[in-house]
Design a binder for this molecule. Structure first.
Ligand SMILES: O=C(O)CCC(=O)C(=O)O
Ligand SMILES: [Fe+2]
Length: 509
């Protein structure tokens, strides 16, 4: 089970930590009352300091001193020792052990780290801002700790992205302060000294090479030799002094250096940052659609044309809150969501290659619930296409920094194995998706070749045609989902297949 691929599954982690906290509270209470008791005993043992032989002799010669002492040593002390050794809240500790059996595994942490670095890179965010709880200029009531920063630094470092790592190690040093630092050092094994060494190594490697993704083996062994040299125990005091001096500068200086070293943003990143100019042309109109079905004559839908060739449509206010809630509740309580990806690439045999796991999704088959029927009908009204033979709807929830890489939704059946999509009835002529949540930051749908960006708005529907009028795949439909920065991205989607459209689109047959 991977939690980080959906916000919904990460809610289980919240439950897990809450019950661990409850058990910890009980443990602390029991430990505190035990400590209070031991302290009472300690108090009862207090006596004047006896230094000289005469003083000691006088004390013991008093039977009201000697007798209780003798009795205590014979009767009480062994019992105290037993009491001290007694485990505290052992039932609670066992419960905590059981709870931790479902804790996120290392792979999950990797997916989460990848998501975090995706958020950072796509939006050119600074480690300092993220540490302080500032996300794309929005101040949140949260922050990162030294172990968080070190985990991110290590992640970059292990991928030889040294300039990514240095900022995180620097932040780790900045937030590794007393008294919390004691926890990191004593329990988590994260002493300041270790961070200084990591930072020194990362700075060295950063200066030797600006972020080659694959250094040559000779380069690598030379770097490692130098890194060992820098972090030698007898060099530590010097290294620490140098780093402290370096760190005494204002944080702005480091951000300026980082800005200078940053590579140019890719086209996709620019789209995700909202830097593409807004499209306008006389064809791109906004109107009420009364045409694509008889039903729309009665209840027209608000429609915006985002592109005419290929056709991309945006509808507004097409989802009822209770429809989404019913679907979400089934996904959460009755169904099971699986890790999902889309076809971004194919291997030589024409089979889809798996991409990063980034979302969790569930399929609603046919008419299992009333909402699938009504949503399908609305999608048919909006697209002017037929859904009858394929009523499947997908509900998808994105995870930490979740995204979808650039891809097209058609599969070019001619290039695939003969039985590919056999059950579906041809290639995906169109894609229909309904945004079921608002996303405060990130999560934009972007058409990478057309430079069209659509910010999800709860209740809007995006529909586009992957195949042109002649039924040929249109590469201009290439699209991607920008990393979600803040929010829980819910999508109801459907791939509409070609073969069932024979009556609606007779020329395709
Ligand atoms: O969620 C989106 O905005 C697009 C999803 C997508 O590309 C797909 O499901 O194929
Ligand atoms: Fe897609």
């Amino acid at each position: 089970m991977i939690y980080s691929t959906s916000v919904m599954s990460m809610m289980k982690l919240l439950e897990m930590e809450e019950s661990l906290k409850t058990n910890l509270d009980i443990y602390v209470q029991e430990m505190q009352s035990k400590l209070d008791l031991i302290k009472l005993y300690q108090d009862s043992l207090k006596r004047v300091t006896l230094t000289t032989l005469e003083e000691k002799e006088e004390y013991v010669s008093n039977p009201l001193n000697a007798f209780p002492m003798l009795r205590r040593l014979n009767q009480d002390w062994p019992k105290w020792l037993r009491y001290i050794k007694l485990a505290i809240a052992s039932k609670k500790i066992k419960e905590m052990e059981v709870q931790l059996k479902s804790a996120p595994i290392d792979d999950d942490l990797k997916v989460a780290l990848k998501g975090m670095t995706r958020i950072e890179k796509f939006h050119n965010l600074h480690a300092e801002d993220l540490t302080k709880g500032v996300l794309m200029g929005k101040k949140l009531n949260s922050h990162l700790t030294a172990p968080d920063c070190v985990a991110l630094g290590d992640y970059y470092y292990n991928q030889t992205q040294f300039s990514g790592s240095t900022h995180w190690y620097r932040m780790a040093l900045r937030v590794h302060t007393h008294p919390r630092g004691m926890i990191y050092a004593k329990v988590l094994g994260l002493k300041r000294k270790r961070i200084y060494k990591k930072y020194a190594k990362a700075l060295l490697k950063e200066s030797l090479n600006s972020d080659k993704s694959k250094p040559t083996p000779t380069e690598k062994s030379e770097w490692n030799r130098l890194a060992k040299e820098v972090t030698r125990e007898d060099n530590y005091d010097n290294v620490k002094k140098l780093i402290d001096e370096y760190l005494s500068g204002d944080e702005k200086i480091f951000q300026e250096v980082a800005a200078r070293l940053k590579r140019k943003p890719t086209k996709l990143e620019r789209g995700c940052r909202g830097e593409w100019p807004k499209k306008s042309s006389p064809e791109l109109i906004c109107r009420y659609n009364r045409d694509t079905s008889a039903f729309l004559k009665l209840a027209p839908l608000k429609l915006e044309f985002l592109s005419v060739q290929p056709m991309i449509l945006l509808y507004h206010d097409v989802l009822y809150e209770n429809e989404f809630k019913s679907m979400r509740d089934i996904a959460m309580y009755n169904g099971s969501m699986i890790d999902g990806w889309t076809y971004v690439d194919f291997d030589k045999k024409g089979n889809p290659k798996q991409q990063d796991r980034v979302v969790k999704m569930i399929a609603f088959q046919g008419t299992t619930a009333p909402f699938t029927l009504s949503i399908n009908r609305r999608m048919a009204d909006m697209s002017g296409l037929e859904m009858r033979d394929n009523m499947v709807l997908y509900l998808t929830n994105y995870g930490l920094g979740g995204h979808f890489g650039k891809h097209v939704d058609y599969v070019e059946l001619a290039k695939r194995p003969p039985d590919f999509f056999a059950d579906f009835g041809g290639d995906r002529i169109a894609t229909a998706l309904i945004y079921a949540s608002d996303i405060p930051l990130g999560g934009t749908t972007v058409f990478t070749k057309l430079k069209i960006a659509v910010q999800p708005k709860k209740g809007s529907a995006l529909i586009w045609f992957n195949l042109n009028h002649a039924g040929e795949p249109d590469p201009l439909t290439e699209h991607s989902v920008c990393p979600v920065v803040l929010g829980s991205r819910w999508i109801i989607s459907k791939w509409i297949h070609e073969r069932q459209q024979v009556f609606k689109k007779p020329c395709l047959a």
